[in-house]
Design a protein around this ligand. Structure first.
Ligand code: DAU
Length: 349
């Protein structure tokens, strides 16, 4: 089996490439990535020399090149991780999200039709379902109510993929995963940002009251779910991927500070994210019952190993923080952290 992994130099993509090479000794992987700010070949340095691994620099929106690669490399299946993924960046500038996530996915679907593949996995998000109240869970046929430009663009991509199955019989499977964490996550996301800031004794920004809830899955569990779907998921179907691990942002940050031995006074409540979804909680019952998926990582083990990874790979994230990312970070946080609205955890609101 030979697979085309698009966006394989990003956080989840690079973990997936490594996972497949480890689990499937007779598979080959072509990593197709345009290397935007979050794509980093350093994430895959340990597999560069593996003869089963090939890297091709390219854009999913460049249909001609994708077709050439699919033909010359004779790829059997495609899994699409290539995406703009950060909600806050989509609020600052939605354009790249529409270009990559919507137009790019549509172009990739066309390339897959041109060449003909056994399977096309569209890696999606539970943010497609919007926000929950205090009760209930997302299931695969919950209404789609995306809130941010990011989640609207990912929902569009996921619906396009399903439409290509219905209209053109393209063998598509769509996944909707919960919040991932683990090694190589770009430090714009909550968990790596909190770890990197706390390690440098810098304030950790908490949007609003911090009682927003996310459903966390360790990236390796997500990769195991994706691999099961890539192998045996039913064509034309949607699979939620989650690990039943709902936590408030405050709980997550407290755990990080405690593990690092840092004081809670580093927590800063800052101005909220516009359109911020209050709660995500996803049931992956279909993936469990149909494909035998069971998460292996508890949050306690996952978060402490993730923190250890960031401690042991300080140069990896420091290089990012000192590069272009700094401008984004200042735009996003400087005003919020220094403005009158910011308050320390525990101070009177
Ligand atoms: O649910 C799956 C989604 O999870 C993925 O589709 C997205 O690509 C991924 O970015 C993630 O979206 P979130 O918006 O939930 O992740 P983020 O790490 O940006 O934020 C997690 C929570 O933490 C959210 O309630 C916002 C809050 N937050 C985030 C940051 C960056 C803070 O309180 N402070 C922060 O500095």
């Amino acid at each position: 089996m030979k697979i085309l992994v698009t966006g394989g130099a990003g956080f989840i993509g690079s973990n997936f490439v490594r996972h497949v090479l480890r689990e499937k000794t007779d598979w080959e992987v072509v990593n197709y990535d345009v290397l935007t700010y979050a794509g980093n070949l350093e994430n895959l340095q340990d597999v560069e020399e593996d003869p089963r691994y090939t890297f091709v620099k390219g854009d999913i929106a460049d249909r001609k090149t994708v077709v050439e690669v699919l033909r010359s490399e004779r790829c059997d299946r495609i899994i699409n991780f290539a995406a703009e993924t950060h909600v806050d960046r989509s609020i600052l500038d939605p354009g790249p999200f529409l270009r990559t996530n919507v137009e790019g996915t549509q172009s990739l679907l066309e390339a897959a039709r041109d060449v003909g593949v056994e399977r096309f996995i569209q890696v999606g998000t539970d943010e497609a379902y919007g926000s929950l109240g205090e009760e209930g869970y997302f299931v695969e046929d919950s209404p789609l109510q995306p809130s941010s430009p990011y989640s609207a663009s990912k929902t569009a991509a996921d619906l396009l993929a399903l439409a290509y199955h219905k209209t053109y019989r393209l063998p598509v499977v769509v996944t909707r995963g919960t919040n991932n964490y683990g090694p190589y996550q770009f430090p714009e996301k909550l968990i790596p940002l909190a770890i990197a800031n706390a390690m440098r004794d810098k304030p950790v920004p908490i949007y609003g009251d911090g009682l927003y809830r996310r459903d966390w899955i360790h990236v390796e569990d997500h990769c195991r779910g994706l691999l099961a779907i890539l192998e045996n998921g039913a064509i034309g179907e949607i699979y939620n991927i989650g690990a039943d691990c709902e936590k408030t942002n405050l709980d997550v940050i407290r755990t990080i500070l405690k593990t690092l031995g840092k004081p809670e006074s580093l927590m800063r409540h800052v101005e909220d994210r516009p359109g911020h979804d209050r709660r995500y909680a996803t049931q992956a019952a279909k993936l469990r019952s149909e494909l035998g998926f069971e998460p292996e990582w508890s949050f306690d083990r996952g978060i402490s190993e993730t923190i250890r990874w960031y401690q042991e790979h300080r140069s990896w994230w420091e290089r990012i923080i000192q590069g272009d990312y700094r401008r984004y970070y200042d735009d996003q946080y400087k005003g919020r952290l220094e403005g009158g609205g910011a308050r320390r955890e525990g101070d009177a609101g």
